[in-house]
Design a protein around this ligand. Structure first.
Ligand code: GDP
Ligand code: MN
Length: 362
């Protein structure tokens, strides 16, 4: 789950990383009480939206105390790459001498924390890597370490001010203790009064939300949340073929075959083991509820799952879209009988079922 800038800054600040003074407002009227007066004359208004390249997309406006209210009204009236502005972080405008880049992410191949520090910040790190690779330094740290070894901090920092080392280590502590997938400061800026995190990004591993005391994953869509309630593994995709399978392997194989036959899957949905009539009905209704879904493929293997239960669940869902079914295993004949009586299309093999679904989607 992604944290917004102001939330990430609060956390970074509590780990001793210097952040600009600021207040969060949710309407221009919030400024009337004078909450932002102590920030200083020059201010920056930053839309709290989860959008990449927010600055370039018009989500950051410079202002001062006199024009702040008007600027806030303007920013609240905008949408940034289609995302409406509901909250604004009003911050002191810092005078920037130099911008650096700092991030910590998981390196999946080595299972370590990958720390990146670059002498140029405020731009995409991909651009730095391509155009000025010498400005970018890396270090890998096994996350069992409580602190980053001093020699690594020195190497990462290069010619940047010494205080950067402490900030890198503090961000590493955030990264470990918050179960993060990514902790990023872009740009980390040097100012006449020291080094400050001008921006902040923090993504927490969804599998760690419970441990982090987070009860709801805000990044999920309404449908993804419903799927979670039913215990389905569900991911929304871009295509028009709804997919329901049991077991991650079989469901993935179904997606692969759809791709192979030049179709486009609308989702991944694994109903899990022991899918009964109710679960199948919920799964079919969930997938059919996506307006772009033209056809649904149900690919289930009966083991503990009984094919006749599955068939009844499909019939009971009673959705508008065509459903192509491939059932194999326990009570297969009975299941196919139930479906045949209701005019559903059944296929013996997965290949045939997928090909039929792809054709129907055209
Ligand atoms: P992003 O576009 O979402 O990454 O937003 P950032 O918070 O990184 O801001 C984008 C750019 O705006 C930064 O790289 C800075 O150049 C500039 N900026 C942000 N805050 C300040 C500030 O307080 N003072 C000055 N001078 N520039 C700022
Ligand atoms: Mn940024």
């Amino acid at each position: 789950m992604k944290f917004l800038e102001y939330e990430a800054k609060k956390i970074f600040g509590s780990y001793g990383i210097p952040v600009p003074r600021g207040v969060l407002i949710s309407s221009p009227e919030d400024l009337e009480s004078g909450v932002a007066q102590s920030i200083g004359d020059g201010v920056v208004l930053k839309a709290q939206v989860d959008v990449g390249g927010r600055g370039k997309a018009g989500g950051i406006l410079m202002s001062d105390q006199d024009t702040m209210a008007r600027t806030a009204r303007e920013l609240f009236g905008r949408d940034i790459k289609g995302v409406p502005v509901r909250e604004i972080l009003v911050e002191e405008r810092v005078s920037i001498d130099h911008e650096y880049y700092l991030s910590i992410a998981i390196d999946r191949s080595t299972k370590q924390a990958l720390i990146l520090f670059a002498d140029s910040g405020g731009v995409d790190i991909e651009t730095v890597a391509k155009e000025d690779p010498k400005a970018l330094r890396k270090a890998s740290v096994p996350v069992i370490l409580h602190d980053i070894p001093a020699f690594m901090l020195r190497e990462l920092r290069g010619d940047a001010p010494k205080e950067v080392e402490k900030i890198i280590n503090s961000l590493y502590r955030v990264f470990c203790e918050k179960d993060a997938l990514l902790a990023e400061i872009n740009p980390l800026v040097s100012t006449p009064s020291g080094i400050i995190a001008a921006d902040a990004k923090l993504i927490v591993d969804d599998n760690a939300l419970k441990r982090q005391g987070i009860t709801q994953n805000r990044d999920l869509t309404e449908r993804e949340r419903e799927a979670e309630r039913h215990g389905f593994s569900y991911v929304e995709l871009e295509g028009d073929i709804g997919v329901i399978g049991n077991g991650a392997g079989l469901t993935m194989a179904t997606l692969d075959l759809i791709e192979f036959y030049d179709g486009k899957a609308a989702n991944f949905l694994d109903v899990g083991g022991g899918a009964d009539q109710e679960r199948v009905r919920h799964a079919v209704n969930l997938v059919a509820g996506v307006s772009s879904v033209k056809v649904i493929i149900v690919n289930l293997l009966g083991g503990i799952t009984r094919c006749d239960d599955v068939a009844r669940g499909i019939v009971e869902a009673g959705v508008d879209q065509q459903i192509i079914v491939r059932l194999a295993g326990t009570n297969e004949e009975l299941g196919n009988e139930i479906l045949a009586g209701k005019g559903y299309r059944m296929m013996d093999s997965m290949e045939d079922a997928v090909q039929a679904a792809v054709e129907a989607s055209r």
